[in-house]
Design a protein around this ligand. Sequence first.
Ligand code: ATP
Ligand code: MG
Length: 230
Amino acid sequence: EMPPVKGDVEFRDVTFGYKEGQTIFEELNFHVKPGETIALVGPTGAGKSTITNLISRFYDVQKGSILIDGIDIRDVTLDSLRNQVGVMLQDTFIFSGTILENIRYGKLDATHEEIVEAAKIVRADEFISGMKHGYRTIVQERGSTLSAGQRQLISFARTLLADPKVLILDEATSSIDTQTEVLLQEGLDRLLEGRTAFIVAHRLSTIRNSDRIFYIGDKKILESGSHEEL
Ligand code: ATP
Ligand code: MG
């Protein structure tokens, strides 16, 4: 079992490849402090998603170790790790049911009030309350009843409710209008408070708002620093 963590994440001499004889990273080292927001940038195929796959332990490293609050992630159960490492995918998973159920998701004991509170914090409440049936509105898995931005706001609320200390976000590349981008940035800022985050960043606003940028390439972090520094 992984005890409750603060969100300190360290890669120590990590060497990893998906296949024999292939390495995506060689002796990768970095240390992220609790609460830091890291933007992962770099060309396609550089290994941005691979870093996030390793933190949530979808794959094991060949050499070195990954530590969260000093605990090797191989020494704890996957369930307990993933309670504290939350992954938000590009395309938010929506299932057929009410918006309320979609926010509640795995947190089955969450009350209606807690769900509305979470939605308010991440700025999702405005659009939900504006709908005729509010939180009882039925949405479909693949239905176009929700815009890409609205789906993301639901996912922010869902994640806030789940409350992982380390958060991974693969940002959507799909274009959204400026107004929605501002709303999402506000919602995201609220969600990131008190969490360590790794964001595969596509929007300039996300990169600007991160504490540090890791520019990935050549099987390592080529450059790291704030937006002003780089
Ligand atoms: P993008 O910006 O296109 O999302 P990325 O930086 O996220 O790229 P990764 O997905 O981390 O890149 O991929 C890094 C390398 O690992 C690529 O060469 C890719 O082909 C390879 N790779 C990724 N996932 C797998 C997998 N499941 N099995 C084998 N190889 C993989
Ligand atoms: Mg990727």
